[in-house]
Structures are given as C-alpha cells and as structure tokens.
Design a protein around this ligand. Sequence first.
Ligand code: NAD
Length: 248
Amino acid sequence: MSRLLEARRALAESRSTAVFSGAGLSAESGIATFRGNDGHALWSKFNPLELASVAGFDENPARVIEWYNWRRTELAKARPNAAHTALAKHPGLVQITQNVDGLLERAGCPAAAVLHLHGTIGADRCNAACGHEEAVDLAQPPPLRACPRCGAHLRPAVVWFGEALPPAVWNEAQRIAARLECLIVVGTSATVYPAAGLIEDAVAAGSTVISINTEPSASFAAEHIELVGAASVLLPQLVDGLALATSL
Ligand code: NAD
C-alpha cells in the first residue's frame, strides 16, 4: 500500500483528527518560510534576534515595524493556496497553526476552529501590555505609533522569541493534542518549542502522525507516516472526500 493510501486509511478510521501547521503551508502562497533550503527562508536573510524579539524591538522599534510592515504588504497581495482550501473543506477540523498570516481563515476555515499559537500579524498590541489591541490594514500598515490608551509603543500581535505562548490557546492545543487519534503535521520544521512539542504530546497519547513536508525529516519516527512533497499537491490528495473532524 502506498504511504498516501495508508495515511488516508488512518484518517478514515480516526474518530478525532486535527492539523498542526507551519510556514510551509503558506509557502506556495508566496509567503517566505523561516527555515528551509530554498534560499528564500527569512532567517537566512535577516537576524531573528533583531527583528523578532523584545530586545530587538526595544533597541530599534522603527526597524522592527518596518520589517513587519514589509511582510504585511506582501501578505496583502497573497492568496490562500490549494492546501489551505483543502483544509477549509473540513470546518469541523481544528487547525493548530504556528502561522500568523490568517490564510486559513481567508480560505474559509471558521475562525473558532483556528488556534493561533504564535498570534497574528493582522493586529498590533500594546508593547507595555496595557491590553490595547487593534486590527491593522495589511495593505497599508501604519508606521511605528503610540498606544492610544497608555502611550507605550504598539507592536505586532505575534509571539516573539523568548515570549510565552498565549496561555488559553496553548492550553487548548495541548488538551486537544492529548486526545487525538490522528494528527496531520504540515509544513513545519518542528524546531520551534514549545509549539513543536504538540507532536510529542499527540504521539504520547497514541495518535498516528501524518506529516507533509517538501523535505524528509531525519528525526521523523519510523512509525509515523511521512509524505514528502508540496502541501498544495499532497494535502488535497490526503483529505479530499474524507469526513474529518476533531472531537473535543
Ligand atoms: P519553518 O520555516 O521553520 O519550516 C517550514 C517547513 O516547511 C520546512 O520544514 C520546509 O521544509 C517546509 N516546506 C517549505 N515549503 C513547503 C511546501 N510547499 N509544502 C510543504 N512543506 C514545505 O516554519 P515553522 O515550522 O512554521 O516555524 C517557525 C515559525 O515561523 C513559526 O513560529 C511561525 O510563527 C513563523 N512563521 C510564520 C509564517 C506565516 O505565518 N506564514 C511565515 C514564516 C514564519
């Protein structure tokens, strides 16, 4: 039996399935990944500690906002790809994502079914954590500005290196991962913790793990089902025609 058929059979038998995605899900929408060997990965061009950390923001907030605004305008021009669309056909499937791009929702996934572990690039929040948050127009993002409530700087509502994940979202993701029969892992290098630990949580709970990635993983355990190729091609082949849901 091919690996694809084996994976579809596991999904057909699963009573509770969820998806854990990373930047590779959006790569074919033209959104650069962070790591990867295609020469376009963001961290091969930029220093993460300058652009995605509290220390980097404190040192030069205008530079950080300029970089995020460049990513926002790129995202405004992007469209969901066939991988997002394939997932959106299963509205009962919980999407646990590291992506901040909002493309799953733009493809039609119900907002309530998407758990954003790393926040969203489509909003700014107060850097002093006064609680103020506001949506940002991706096509015309504003320059560095002050929080209207407390006067501190506003910053992208994403999780930076060294920051904790949003507790409610993280707790819910862990709760779900521990109850799954199948976890579909798409387009993630699974190197950013604690998010990547969800795969281990699912395995510990006895879940079958099906991964889709353009690069084979040396660390992927032999008992997992690894599908090597582009998400826009493999994901529709994997999930089309099946009845998939996350039983909570
Ligand atoms: P990553 O860049 O570390 O890994 C991306 C993975 O996707 C790699 O393993 C690569 O081989 C694979 N990949 C590339 N193109 C693919 C394709 N077409 N189909 C299938 N797989 C493909 O990304 P990550 O694991 O998500 O981890 C890191 C962090 O990057 C996350 O915290 C996330 O917040 C952030 N990030 C998000 C976006 C986004 O929102 N689109 C973009 C860049 C980075």
